[in-house]
Ligand binder design. Structure first.
Ligand code: ZN
Length: 233
């Protein structure tokens, strides 16, 4: 089974549409969304609609929780907070209902899914270092675990080596971010996980960054949120 794993869309409709098109072209067997569908970007409800229709499995991210008041906006940095408060005013009752019902983790077909980490998923731990990643392996039992949250794609093998899906070697995969990549590459990022053959790929998709940046400005969201997209930071 080949699963397309998308994460951290952040209301970037343009990027999400291009990624979904690419996933359909690649004929993936299913799409899983790791949350942060909303927050930062100008099209929260449109992105929720697409995720609801396209992804049988969705877990909730911290921005999704902030947008519906499950965590206070003061938990976010200045731009994040401004965007969360803007999103709270935009979110429809239909989107709210959808985000409210989401689980924080999900296990299916040999893959554990969480937004930030399967370790205390409601605390949104950042998995940013090798030590962080090693600790995460203690918190799932499946061959694969997929996370997002840092907006930086990565594939980590439990023994620290690349390309060794053998002898029960397990992998932690960060799908990167569809709507706000932060690894210096502005192209949208998602992961393709072939659970039968043990092949994991990070796929990058070009989209019209300028048009999303303009929509952010037009919505009155902080200028930094537009500029960061153009640089992938
Ligand atoms: Zn995010």
């Amino acid at each position: 089974m080949r699963i397309a794993v998308i994460s951290d869309i952040h209301g970037n409709l343009n990027a999400l549409e291009r990624v979904i098109e690419r996933i359909h072209t690649d004929r993936a067997d299913g799409i899983v969304c790791l949350g942060d569908v909303v927050g930062y970007g100008p099209f929260p409800n449109e992105c929720v609609d697409i995720v609801r229709d396209s992804c049988p499995i969705v877990v909730r991210g911290n921005h999704d929780a902030g947008a519906i008041g499950l965590i206070p906006s003061t938990e976010f940095n200045t731009e994040g907070r401004a965007a969360i408060e803007w999103t709270q005013l935009q979110i429809t009752s239909r989107s709210r209902e959808f985000l409210q019902k989401l689980p924080t983790t999900f296990v299916s077909n040999g893959v554990t899914y969480a937004h930030a980490s399967p370790k205390e998923p409601g605390w949104w731990h950042y998995v940013a270092t090798w030590e962080d990643a090693l600790e995460v392996f203690e918190h799932f039992n499946t061959p694969f675990c997929c996370i997002g949250h840092t907006h930086i794609p990565a594939i980590v093998a439990e023994n620290g080596m690349l390309n060794l899906y053998q002898n029960g070697q397990r992998h932690l995969i960060n799908a990167g971010s569809v709507g706000q990549p932060r690894d210096g590459n502005p192209h949208a990022s998602y992961a393709s996980v072939d659970t039968d053959r043990g092949i994991v790929r990070i796929i990058r998709v070009a989209y019209d960054v300028g048009s999303t940046a303009n929509a952010i400005r037009h919505a009155g969201l902080p200028e930094f949120l537009a500029r960061r997209l153009e640089h992938g930071i």
